[in-house]
Design a protein around this ligand. Structure first.
Ligand SMILES: *[C@@H]1O[C@H](CO)[C@@H](O)[C@H](O)[C@H]1NC(C)=O
Ligand SMILES: *[C@@H]1O[C@H](CO)[C@@H](O)[C@H](O)[C@H]1NC(C)=O
Ligand SMILES: *[C@@H]1O[C@H](CO)[C@@H](O)[C@H](O)[C@H]1NC(C)=O
Ligand SMILES: *[C@@H]1O[C@H](CO)[C@@H](O)[C@H](O)[C@H]1NC(C)=O
Ligand SMILES: *[C@@H]1O[C@H](CO)[C@@H](O)[C@H](O)[C@H]1NC(C)=O
Ligand SMILES: *[C@@H]1O[C@H](CO)[C@@H](O)[C@H](O)[C@H]1NC(C)=O
Ligand SMILES: *[C@@H]1O[C@H](CO)[C@@H](O)[C@H](O)[C@H]1NC(C)=O
Ligand SMILES: *[C@@H]1O[C@H](CO)[C@@H](O)[C@H](O)[C@H]1NC(C)=O
Ligand SMILES: *[C@@H]1O[C@H](CO)[C@@H](O)[C@H](O)[C@H]1NC(C)=O
Ligand SMILES: *[C@@H]1O[C@H](CO)[C@@H](O)[C@H](O)[C@H]1NC(C)=O
Ligand SMILES: *[C@@H]1O[C@H](CO)[C@@H](O)[C@H](O)[C@H]1NC(C)=O
Ligand SMILES: *[C@@H]1O[C@H](CO)[C@@H](O)[C@H](O)[C@H]1NC(C)=O
Length: 571
């Protein structure tokens, strides 16, 4: 967690004056533990029917969400997602840990808020681990105890605290010995602990945000922490380092490799927030990057503060989820005024390392198995060549689509005639003529581009809502190119060449997008194009009650039986 209150107030005020149609709340709320109307023992109720609400992405039931936190998967395959949550306003402030669970990473069940802000302190970002061996001593007779490690933010300091859960992560108790890590003199720029297990000890990575250092700390018991080393001044600095992650993941044709991810904000090359990562070696106390390069998770602007799930073996693809927004405009986007919520997460992404053409070592990010929400195919063509695929999906209630394009038989770059042709796609609203689009050039430097400039609902007067993004994506030596895309009402994610390059782009149309056109032209002889377009189900609609409202659940646990409140009247 990150936002600086002074910066935020200025940003909100600026946005209001520039975009008069956006009536953004100017006051930064200061709230106490028992906020009026915020339930403490049952989930916040949400309406997910809004025209801008993503249907297969996680977004909060109401109000403002930012960073994913505490992500872990338990032994039974339940994924826990906590998140920076202000349950009382559609801007940041009053930070709690919201909570949701899923077994397929697309159908999320909103749970009660897990950790609450108090009158004078907020719960900023952090992580969770499963203390299988009771190293903390919190869990007699239990091998599924959960410990949350987070930053407590007060007016004067950021310190690291822990809280423990005997019921699998649904209810937390704050440790009476908190804080477990604090600086002397106190620092207000010391945050976002991410803890992992390394052999016989725990390892925390933590940002000294404005000193551009990631501290690596070790602990036998999650309570006492020792500074082991710093990883500092690597890659893009921006103006702050935040939300570090350390994770070990598989490598195509090799042994698993460690990756250090660092989110920076403000000061990303495209403005605002972005995440960079460093593949490397970790020996339990020191991280060493393989080279001096800064690599980015995304080439566009809407993926920040991503976190990897705790509990996935390093020989399996790791899974991460990012916050699909950017601090430059996250508190101004029109979902707040129109639908009472702001920000969604990215789709879950499975990751590994590969050696890609020209660049070398690179993290590959693909959508986690989307079968759980696959509906019917809307169009397929396995021999498109130079051609067009047209899809009218106005009758698809979810408004969410997955599409895949495989191109094979591309000549190498010294062929005569030279490699050429283009592939473009456009999603448009027949009611307003708005559109989002993207495309790829098979010739030249192989740029892939995305454009949200033809959407009228938001951004045309906002200097920070950059409207076009592109990346160079060299053709593979075997002459193939692939594109996987997910569009979900107000977010588009493009995964190029098996996730070598990824773009995440939010947009806020006035009309519902309902028409897709995908077109290829000028391809070399012998190039083959195979396209499939699928409708996606609405995960949230499946969960809604008769009034169309998603109530969430209070999941019962063997260690802490609680009444099933799913059908209780909540307000
Ligand atoms: C996993 O499922 C078993 C059997 O239902 C249950 O006893 C156990 O408490 C569950 N563990 C967790 C961490 O939820
Ligand atoms: C638990 O203990 C086993 C055996 O000592 C060890 O291999 C493992 O890393 C420990 N795991 C955790 C999460 O503490
Ligand atoms: C867990 O730790 C506590 C405190 O050290 C201890 O009392 C308890 O016996 C431990 N339980 C197990 C099963 O190791
Ligand atoms: C690690 O970095 C922090 C922040 O710059 C600094 O205060 C600390 O002295 C460094 N520790 C070591 C051992 O270099
Ligand atoms: C880890 O790497 C550091 C820096 O190279 C080195 O000083 C330290 O001894 C290494 N630790 C182990 C356990 O190998
Ligand atoms: C990546 O592949 C290239 C081409 O095959 C090779 O030259 C290079 O050594 C590889 N790099 C790594 C880090 O494996
Ligand atoms: C696939 O596209 C080609 C032209 O690009 C067209 O001739 C053919 O009919 C299409 N096939 C199907 C099944 O639509
Ligand atoms: C072509 O190469 C890419 C990159 O190495 C690889 O991901 C893909 O599977 C290969 N495709 C075929 C058909 O061999
Ligand atoms: C794709 O878009 C580019 C840029 O607007 C344009 O030059 C190209 O002709 C388009 N290609 C197709 C197949 O529509
Ligand atoms: C695509 O069109 C180009 C001319 O623009 C032509 O040379 C080529 O043969 C066509 N490719 C296919 C696969 O039909
Ligand atoms: C693209 O290629 C992959 C891997 O071979 C295959 O699983 C998928 O079905 C193909 N998709 C299309 C649209 O042809
Ligand atoms: C809601 O909680 C109850 C009790 O723990 C559980 O049986 C049920 O499966 C949960 N429902 C959902 C949708 O998670």
């Amino acid at each position: 967690m990150k936002y600086n209150v002074i910066f935020m107030a200025a940003a909100v005020a600026t946005r209001t004056s520039m975009a008069p149609t956006n009536s953004v709340t100017l006051a930064i709320p200061t709230k106490t533990m028992f906020d009026e109307g915020v339930p403490t023992d049952q989930p916040v109720v949400g309406d997910y029917t809004g025209a801008l609400r993503p249907q297969i992405h996680f977004s909060p039931p109401t109000e403002f969400m930012n960073d994913p936190n505490g992500m872990f998967v338990d032994v039974n395959g339940t994924y826990h997602l906590y998140y920076q949550y202000n349950p009382t306003a559609t801007v940041a402030g009053n930070q709690h840990w919201g909570h949701a669970t899923s077994t397929d990473l697309y159908h999320w069940v909103n749970q009660k808020i897990a950790i609450f802000a108090t009158e004078d302190s907020q719960i900023f970002s952090g992580s969770c681990v499963i203390d299988t061996n009771n190293t903390s001593g919190f869990f007699p007779g239990q091998d599924n105890g959960v410990v949350a490690i987070y930053t407590l933010n007060t007016a004067t300091a950021q310190t690291q605290e822990i809280a423990w859960s005997v019921d699998g992560g649904y209810t937390f108790e704050k440790y009476e010995g908190n804080p477990v890590l604090a600086l002397d003199p106190p620092s207000s720029q010391f945050r976002d602990p991410k803890v992992v297990r390394y052999d016989d000890h725990w390892v925390m990575v933590l940002a000294y945000a404005q000193e551009f250092a990631i501290g690596i700390f070790t602990s036998p018991d999650l309570k006492s922490w020792t500074h082991a080393s710093n990883f500092s001044h690597h890659g893009l600095l921006g103006l702050q380092y935040e939300c570090p992650n350390l994770v070990e993941m598989p490598v195509e044709g090799g042994d698993p490799m460690w990756v250090m991810a660092i989110s920076i904000n403000p000061g990303a090359p495209l403005g605002g927030s972005i995440t960079e990562y460093f593949p490397g070696e970790f020996n339990g106390t020191h991280f060493t990057a393989i080279d001096a390069a800064a690599r980015l998770t995304d080439f566009s602007k809407d993926n920040y503060a991503g976190q990897f799930f705790y509990g996935i073996p390093p020989t399996e693809e790791q899974i991460y989820i990012g916050w699909a927004s950017n601090w430059e405009y996250s508190q101004a986007v029109p979902t707040g005024q129109l639908e009472g919520w702001r920000s969604s997460m990215t789709v879950p992404r499975r990751t590994h390392i590969a050696n890609v053409t020209r660049v070398g070592i690179n993290m590959m990010d693909m959508p986690y198995n989307i079968e759980a929400v696959l509906d019917a195919p809307l169009a397929t063509n396995s021999s498109l060549g130079n051609g067009t695929v047209f899809v009218d999906y106005s009758s698809l209630n979810s408004g969410a689509i997955w599409f895949q394009v495989n191109v094979t038989g591309l000549p190498n770059n010294t062929a005569t005639p030279s490699r050429q042709g283009t592939l473009n796609f456009t999603f448009s609203a027949s009611s307003t003529r708005e559109s989002v689009s993207g495309g790829f050039y098979f010739g030249g430097d192989n740029p892939f581009w995305m454009n949200r400039g033809d959407i009228y609902g938001f951004g045309n007067t906002d200097p920070f809502f950059t409207d076009k993004f592109s990346v160079g994506n060299p053709i593979n030596a075997n002459g193939t190119f692939t594109l996987d895309g997910i569009i979900d009402r107000s977010i588009l994610e493009a995964f190029i060449d098996n996730g070598r390059s990824v773009g995440t782009m939010t947009f806020f149309p006035q009309g519902m997008l309902d028409t897709m056109v995908l077109r290829t032209n000028g391809l070399n002889d012998g190039v083959e194009v195979s396209v499939a377009v699928w409708g996606l189900k609405s995960a949230w609609a499946e969960e809604a009650n008769d009034e169309g409202v998603v109530e969430g659940n209070v999941t019962m646990s063997s260690n802490n039986p609680t009444m099933d409140r799913r059908h209780a009247k909540l307000y």
